[in-house]
Design a protein around this ligand. Structure first.
Ligand SMILES: *Cc1c(COP(=O)(O)O)cnc(C)c1O
Length: 431
C-alpha cells in the first residue's frame, strides 16, 4: 500500500493502523477524517531522531499548525519533543487550550495586529518570528508596556526558488513574507531589531516553499543565511544561535511520487551547515524545522460514502461522495493529486474510469479526475489517502455542509477527537 500503516484485511476492506475503515465508517458515519496516532508519532520521530543525531543541541522540529490544528494533536506532538509553529491567535488559543507549553510556541504571520501581539504576550508565547518592520515596532512598544522582553527570530527572504534547485535572486524575493536580503532591507531590519529594548533577537527564519523532494534548496538557504549571518556579525557584532529553516518537505501522494528520505535530507543539511560554519568560522547554530505536510499528511485519510453515480454517454462517469471541496478544497484550488480507493472492495478489479466529485453546487467541486476504481455502487465507501494535511485545517461550510469530525485511532481503538458539526453549529453565530 501507499503508506506502511495501511493494509487490506480478510474481508477485502482497507485498514488503517490495523482497524477496518468500513467499520469506522459505519460507527462514526461519513464524511469522516481518520488520523492514525502511531503514524503521526512515527512521522514526528523521523524528525526528532535525525535532528538529535545530526544537528546542534536545541535543534527541534515545530509542527506547522496550519497543516492540521485541533486540541488532541498537541499532547501527542509535545510528548514527542516537537514544538509548535502557530500563525494566528486562533491557533495559539487551540494549543493553549490543549495545555501545550508556551515556551515551545513560535508565533508566525505577516500581519500580527496589536491585539494579536498582546494576546500572545499575555499567554507567554516563547518566540515571535517577526515578519516586518511594522511588527518590530509594535512588538517592542507592547512588550515595553507589559514590562517583558520577547525572544524573537527575524524572517528573512533568501531569494530561493526551490523548484529550480538553485539560488535565484529573483522571483521569491517578491513575496509578502519576510524582509529580503538582496535589496539590503534585511540588514537594516536586523540593525533596527538589535536596538530594541524589549526584543531579544536570537537568529533568522526562512521558509522557501512547499512540496520539496531534495535537500538542495535547504542547503542553498543555509548558504545564503550563513553568509548573511556573517555579514551581520561583522556589521553589528551579533552572533545568531538559532536558524529556523521553515517547512516544505514533500510527501508521497500517489504511487508515482518519489519517497522522501527525511533523515537523509537532514543529514545532508547538517553536513552542509557544518562545512559552511567551519569555512566562515561561525559557531554552529541550533536548527529549527517546521514540517507541516510531512508530519501529518500520511497519518490521515478521509472516508466518504458514494451516492449519485452517473455515466454521461460519450464523456465520462462521475462518482459523487458525501463531502467534497468543503472538506478537501485542494483539488479545486490547485489540482492536488490524491490516491483514491474503494475501501469496502479493495480486491475488486479497478476497471471503472471515473471522476470523484463532491456534492456542492459547483462544477469545480472535484476530489480527483479520471481515476480507476471498481465499478461504483451507491453505498460504497470511498477513501482518499494522505489527507492529514491541509484538509481539516482548510475546511469550510460551503453549501452549509457540516464539517466532518476527526477520529483518532490508536492501539485498535477509535475515539472522536473532533466531533462532526451539527446543524445548530451552523447557525450558532447567526443572530
Ligand atoms: C506553510 C509553512 C510551513 C509548512 O510547510 P509544509 O510544506 O507543510 O511543511 C512551515 N513554515 C512556514 C512559515 C510556512 O508558511
Amino acid at each position: 500500500m501507499l503508506y506502511d500503516n495501511l493494509g487490506i484485511n480478510e474481508k477485502g476492506h482497507l485498514t488503517i493502523g490495523g482497524m477496518d475503515t468500513v467499520d469506522i465508517a459505519s460507527e462514526f458515519g461519513t464524511a469522516l477524517y481518520v488520523m492514525d496516532e502511531d503514524k503521526l508519532r512515527s512521522n514526528v520521530r523521523t524528525y526528532t531522531d535525525a535532528m538529535k543525531l545530526y544537528l546542534a543541541p536545541g535543534s527541534m522540529p515545530l509542527l506547522a499548525s496550519k497543516a492540521l490544528c485541533f486540541k488532541s494533536i498537541y499532547p501527542v506532538i509535545d510528548s514527542e519533543g516537537m514544538g509548535a509553529d502557530l500563525v494566528s491567535p486562533g491557533e495559539i488559543y487551540t494549543a493553549c487550550a490543549a495545555g501545550f507549553p508556551p515556551e515551545k510556541m513560535y508565533f508566525h504571520g505577516n500581519n500580527k495586529t496589536d491585539e494579536d501581539i498582546r494576546f500572545a504576550l499575555e499567554r507567554k508565547v516563547g518566540w515571535f518570528i517577526i515578519d516586518n518592520y511594522n511588527e518590530l515596532e509594535a512588538l517592542d512598544r507592547i512588550a515595553g508596556e507589559m514590562g517583558v522582553t520577547q525572544n524573537a527570530l527575524l524572517r528573512i527572504t533568501p531569494g530561493i526558488n526551490p523548484h529550480t534547485f538553485e539560488a535565484v535572486n529573483t522571483g521569491k524575493i517578491d513575496c509578502q513574507f519576510g524582509v529580503p536580503i538582496e535589496t539590503g532591507q534585511a540588514a537594516e531590519f536586523v540593525g533596527a531589531a538589535l536596538k530594541k529594548e524589549h526584543i531579544c533577537v536570537h537568529g533568522f527564519h526562512s521558509h522557501i516553499g512547499s512540496e520539496i523532494f531534495e535537500p538542495d534548496p535547504f542547503c542553498d538557504a543555509v548558504d545564503i543565511l550563513m553568509s548573511f549571518a556573517v555579514e551581520m556579525r561583522e556589521r553589528y557584532g551579533f552572533t545568531a544561535d538559532v536558524l529556523n529553516l521553515g517547512g516544505g518537505f514533500a510527501v508521497r501522494y500517489v504511487e508515482s511520487d518519489p519517497q522522501v528520505d527525511i533523515a537523509a535530507n537532514i543529514k545532508a543539511l547538517s553536513e552542509h551547515l557544518n562545512a559552511k560554519c567551519k569555512e566562515v568560522g561561525y559557531p554552529v547554530p541550533a536548527i529549527l524545522l517546521e514540517p507541516g505536510r510531512s508530519s501529518v499528511a500520511t497519518a490521515g485519510l478521509t472516508l466518504y460514502t458514494a451516492g449519485g453515480i452517473k455515466t454521461i454517454e460519450g464523456y465520462r462517469s462521475y462518482v459523487t461522495v458525501d463531502g467534497g471541496m468543503p472538506d478537501n478544497p485542494r483539488y479545486a484550488l490547485y489540482k492536488a493529486r490524491y490516491t483514491v480507493v474503494m475501501a469496502n472492495r479493495m480486491n475488486d478489479p479497478c476497471d471503472f474510469k471515473c471522476s470523484v466529485c463532491g456534492r456542492c453546487c459547483e462544477s469545480g467541486d472535484l476530489i480527483q479526475e479520471n481515476i480507476m476504481l471498481p465499478e461504483a455502487k451507491r453505498g460504497d465507501i470511498i477513501a482518499v489517502l494522505g489527507t492529514g494535511a491541509y484538509n481539516f485545517s482548510m475546511a469550510s461550510n460551503y453549501n452549509r455542509l457540516l464539517r466532518p469530525g476527526i477520529v483518532f485511532i490508536k492501539d485498535g481503538k477509535a475515539r472522536m477527537a473532533v466531533r462532526r458539526q451539527t446543524y445548530e453549529d451552523l447557525i450558532d453565530c447567526d443572530l
